[in-house]
Design a protein around this ligand. Sequence first.
Ligand code: HEM
Length: 301
Amino acid sequence: MLIPVILGASTLTGFILYKKLKKYKKEKIKSNDDTNNFNYIQKVDSSLNNFVGNGKIVLNKLTNIIDSIPYVVFKRIHSLTGTIFIGGFLIFHYINNSLAKDPKTLNKFTKKMHKFPLLPLIEIFGIYLPLTIHIIIGLILLKTSKINYNLKYETNYRFILQRITAYIILFTLLFHLRTVRFNEYLPKFIRDALNIPAKRDLTFEKVNIWFKPPLRPIGLIIYKLFTLSVAYHLSNGLWTASITWGLAKTYEKQKKLRDLSNIIFLFLSLWGMLIIHFYSQDYKNHKELYNQNDEDLDNSD
Ligand code: HEM
């Protein structure tokens, strides 16, 4: 009788001890986990702090560098990017787009141009970089410059128009780039809905759809506004640049160059409108364009 009692009592004591030990182990693992988690959180926290700290140092250094550049240098960079780079590109762009008079020749020429191996470098360093710099400095000037609303003086409203056209170009240019330059990256449902070709080389077609029903009213408003704004912004910009660079120091010279700038405005506006007219041609006359495949474009002369 004693043996079963002792065996029973020791089994019970063993069971109670086992349960206690298990509970103790569980608690210990949990507290270790908490410590590990705590260390992990601390590690993430400190690396985040380091990252933010380093970021702040780089930003401070950049701000110091930008602050140390004299205002006049900014103005010169803004002027150079606007005249030589964007202005120069614009003239080339207009000559290229004038080929739209004959859509087949235009497509053939642009396809050849797209194959030029240095094109990506030219696009990045000759167009996108200067454009981005011009826009960033331009936005700072838009925010900081004081406008004189006394419209009795021609220079005041020219100054205001330069700023209004800057805003218009900014938005219409984004539209132009998204729908015409980067058309192949538009979501498929948008391309299908608006009939936008998925290929970059179909230059005539991708512009033409904006001047044909049902998109014609939108296309005409956006592109005419864009063309007239660019014509004004560049022609007046060439005039202010001539002052920036000290080419027109006397009032007489400034007046003469202002007249020249008005002539350039008229010329660029008419040229732009002619290009829109070329792109508005009825494509039924150029039905073969839509059946044109890569080989046709390569082999045709
Ligand atoms: C087709 C595109 C563009 C061309 C060809 C162009 C060209 C020019 C030129 C030549 C100037 C005169 C620089 C000088 O006075 O020395 C100028 C001024 C200016 N541009 Fe542009 N630009 C273009 C787009 C833009 C855009 C998108 C903005 C938007 C931020 C902008 C903002 C400005 C501003 C604010 C001025 C006046 C600067 C001042 O009078 O102090 N431009 N631009």
